[in-house]
Write a protein that binds this ligand. Sequence first.
Ligand SMILES: *[C@@H]1O[C@H](CO)[C@@H](O)[C@H](O)[C@H]1NC(C)=O
Ligand SMILES: *[C@@H]1O[C@H](CO)[C@@H](O)[C@H](O)[C@H]1NC(C)=O
Ligand SMILES: *[C@@H]1O[C@H](CO)[C@@H](O)[C@H](O)[C@H]1NC(C)=O
Length: 208
Amino acid sequence: MSEHKPTKDKLKPWRVRLGIVLAVAVVLAATVLLALRYAVIPEVKAAIDDARLDRFALATTNDSSSLGFNVSIALAVRNTNRAMSVKYTEPVVANFVFHDRRLGTAAVAGEGHEHPPRRREVHLLRLGGEVPSGVIGDAAAEEFKKQNASGAFDVELRFDVEISLGIGNTRGMSFSCPLRLQLAPPGPTVVVFRRVYCMHEEQEKNYF
Ligand SMILES: *[C@@H]1O[C@H](CO)[C@@H](O)[C@H](O)[C@H]1NC(C)=O
Ligand SMILES: *[C@@H]1O[C@H](CO)[C@@H](O)[C@H](O)[C@H]1NC(C)=O
Ligand SMILES: *[C@@H]1O[C@H](CO)[C@@H](O)[C@H](O)[C@H]1NC(C)=O
């Protein structure tokens, strides 16, 4: 035993040291990858810079009725990352919602769109149409009459984004931007609007 020991002892420290170095390198590499994968979370923030409600009216023709609307919305989306672009892995579509009913949609950004770091992109959305009251439902029609009498409408812009960053961190975010809008006077009169920040939830939510 004692004769073998010296050779073993000479070899052992070298192997042990190499082993430790390798283990540390592996742990470091894994930590860096994990940090990139999970600590660098893709994130965008959203706000409504401006909104103008040109028409919001319940029209009754014969025995059918419909809700007609026209609205312009300036939606700002900001990539909060200071160094890296985020990529939209799904098309972004905004829903214009009243009383949990979707009245219309507008395209915000296409699939594959690269959003540069720190950039704040403003999307001008114009939505309009006639939604049959059968689609809106009685509850929403009642709510319309109530809000119409008060002079301001509680509407909402909702959208989901799926973004990726770095080595493929993908994240789904749902945004809700509540808006309280009065009908704008006809003509080009400027309506003062206070910026509204959109709230976000982690997972997509179904609402109709
Ligand atoms: C409403 O009724 C009038 C006559 O009764 C008819 O000419 C018109 O087409 C109807 N409108 C709709 C939207 O059904
Ligand atoms: C309102 O929306 C409808 C349907 O999208 C559109 O045809 C119409 O031109 C719009 N009107 C205004 C004033 O923007
Ligand atoms: C909404 O309000 C306007 C003005 O206050 C009024 O002229 C209109 O009849 C109302 N519409 C409904 C469906 O209540």
